[in-house]
Structure formats: C-alpha cells, structure tokens
Design a protein around this ligand. Structure first.
Ligand code: SF4
Length: 237
C-alpha cells in the first residue's frame, strides 16, 4: 500500500520589524568620529522632512532627488525646489553634525516612460509601483556604488500608502558588497505624523497625489466623486 504523504502547511508570513532592524544597525554610529556615508533617495520634501531628522544623527548624509515618475515639468520643478529649500533650512538649523548634501539628476522623465506606458492600468500599490520603486532604488544604488557610499535607502516607507515590506525586499535584493541597504520603516514611531507637522510648520509644498500621471488621474477622480457625494448629501438635507 502506498504511504500517505502529509503535506506541510506553508509557514505564516512573518512580520519583520524593519524599524527595529535599523535601530540595531545604527546604534553605534552616533558617536563615531567618522560616521558612515549614506546616500538616501528622497521622493519629496514633505516625506524627507521627518526621515532626515530621524537618521541625521547617525550618518554623513547626501540626499538624492531622483523622481522621473513625476508628471509634468512644472510639478517636477516645484517639488525639486522645495527639496532644495528643505536642505537649506536643515543646514541652517544644523540638524546633522556634517552639512547635508543634495544631489539631483534633473527630471529624466524618459526613464519612466516604459513603466508608465505598459503598466498604467495597474492600481496604485500594484505592479506599476513596484517597478517604480525598483527604478528609483536601482539608480540610487548605482550612483552610491560609483561614489563610494557605505549605505543607501529611501524615504518612501514614511508614507502609509507605500508597502514597507516590498520596498525593503527590493532594497536588500539590489544591495551589493560595497553598498549596504539600511532596513527601514520610517512611518514607525510617529514618522508619518511628524512629516505632516513638519511640512506645515516649514510651509513645504505638499502635493495631493503620489507623482505619476496615473496617480494624478486617480486622485482627481477620487476628489470629484467625493465632491459629488458631499453635494448630494447637502441637497438631501
Ligand atoms: S503611484 Fe507613485 S509609486 Fe506608484 S507608479 Fe505612480 S509615482 Fe510611482
């Protein structure tokens, strides 16, 4: 008689605390005479406002503003200028031991054309976003490697709309033997709330959609539906 094979159940997906992992890595960096060099990708000034404050005590920071996903030149310029202004404010306030540097490649929107054309119909948070994260992280890592940085990461996980597990998986998968990925979940320990409050306090331009044409259209549709719902409720009262 054939022996019955007992199938093993898949182990439940373990929740990783990326914020705790980060704190364990950086704990000794604060008092180092020469702190490790960090190349941090920034999606926008409002998100980076809280993230920079969080990691500034541990690293020599260079903020990399690379966002070819942003729809339209004027929107790109507005966001890039705001990022520049934030770094100037933080350097005046001396939020880190060494002045924070900023590196910008320009809009480079053609880098995003293929993703936008082929994956436009995916909802926010789906495949289009994964490819968008990959594009920005890969470029960040390549430059960090070329310029001799020790670590790289991104501000993206501060947003409650972004999946920290996916971002960390892409970041650690890409990392090489020269540049390490810093695990992170910047929304933890009030990160998102801090970014909202800091943006208000510093008068930073806060956009109402993520960046690409598709996210802009989704946001416009959502706001139009909300306005219609509110006006219908008003008439019904
Ligand atoms: S919604 Fe945001 S993360 Fe997703 S593809 Fe558009 S710009 Fe990139």
């Amino acid at each position: 008689m054939q022996k019955k094979i007992k199938l093993k159940k898949n182990p439940p997906r373990q929740k990783v605390n990326y914020d705790k992992q980060m704190l364990e890595i950086v704990e000794d960096f604060k008092d180092m005479e020469e702190q490790p060099k960090m190349f941090i990708h920034s999606c926008c000034a409002p998100c980076s406002s809280a993230v920079i404050k969080k990691i500034a005590p541990y690293f020599q920071l260079t903020v990399f503003y690379y966002n070819p996903n942003i729809d339209g030149e004027s929107e790109y310029d507005k966001r890039a200028k705001c990022q520049q202004r934030l770094i100037e404010i933080y350097n005046e306030e001396k939020v880190s031991r060494n002045p924070i540097k900023i590196f910008e490649l320009g809009h480079s929107k053609e880098d995003f054309t293929d993703i936008s054309d082929r994956l436009g119909e995916y909802e926010e948070g789906g495949l289009r976003c994964m490819r968008c994260f990959h594009l920005r992280l890969k470029r960040t890592l390549d430059l960090a490697t070329e310029m001799g940085f020790d670590y790289y990461c991104t501000t993206l996980t501060v947003s409650p709309h972004k999946n920290a597990r996916i971002i960390n998986q892409i970041g650690s998968y890409l990392a090489n033997d020269k540049v390490k990925w810093l695990p992170n979940d910047f929304k933890k320990r009030n990160g998102y709330l801090d970014s909202v409050n800091l943006s208000k306090k510093l008068g930073l331009y806060r956009q109402c959609y993520c960046g690409c044409k598709h996210s802009r259209l989704e946001s416009e549709e959502y706001r139009a539906a909300k306005a219609l719902e509110n006006s219908t409720q008003f008439v019904a009262k």
